[in-house]
Write a protein that binds this ligand. Structure first.
Ligand code: GAR
Length: 195
């Protein structure tokens, strides 16, 4: 099993979905660390109660120095023996240094049907565009924001009367099913390239 670190910034419901999937000994990733850039992230408590090691690396301490923050984060990742990283609601843009170091070993979940709506406010933008479907994408992380190779997507119809909040709420359980599946695929790809 690949040693998995999950990076979060908040609630961590996708993280929980990954932890749950990994309770199956046949799942190809084994969680070794949950780390947050926000010390008050709710998901840190959830992870700790599940018996997973946690780390909090407060980006605010490093001010504008993104690399200094990432070096501190990277130290935690290395200490835990991380082999693959899953970003799960991790809301910091990563520098080319960090992405370069972990490229091919780091995936992200994004709440849109990429390549549509990179960045923030994905659901409002889908509604404003008059789209008839929304969705989520798990992709490899590359230097461009939300730009890496797509691993798997899940789609969801937009209903009359939908708001950004109602869409986000309906998408969440879809994400929770998608992410463990897509991460398993990513692990298989990585293991094939390692062997
Ligand atoms: C999820 O909807 C995820 O797709 C999104 O944030 C939410 C995190 O929820 N990610 C992004 O917007 C990344 N730019 P969670 O903390 O409960 O998993």
């Amino acid at each position: 099993r690949l040693k998995l670190a999950i990076l979060i910034s908040g609630r961590g419901s996708n993280m929980e979905a990954l932890l749950r999937a990994a309770e199956d000994p046949a799942y190809p990733a084994q969680p070794v660390l949950v780390a947050s850039n926000r010390p008050d992230a709710k998901g840190l408590e959830t992870a700790a109660s599940a018996g997973i090691a946690t780390a909090s690396v407060d980006h605010k301490i490093y001010g504008k120095d993104r690399e200094a923050f990432e070096r501190a984060l990277d130290t935690e990742l290395e200490k835990a023996g991380t082999e693959i990283i899953a970003l799960a609601g991790f809301m910091r843009v990563l520098t080319p240094w960090f992405v370069g170091k972990w490229q091919g070993r780091m995936v992200n979940i994004h709440p849109s049907l990429l390549p549509k709506y990179k960045g923030l406010h994905t659901h409002q933008r889908a509604l404003d565009a008059g789209d008839t479907e929304a969705g989520a994408t798990v992709h490899w992380v590359s230097p461009g924001v939300d730009d890496g190779e797509i691993i798997q997507q899940a789609r969801l119809p937009i209903l009359p009367g939908d708001t950004a909040d109602s869409l986000a709420a309906r998408l969440l359980p879809v994400e929770h099913k998608l992410y463990p599946e897509a991460l398993a695929k990513a692990c298989a790809t990585l293991q094939a390239s390692n062997s």
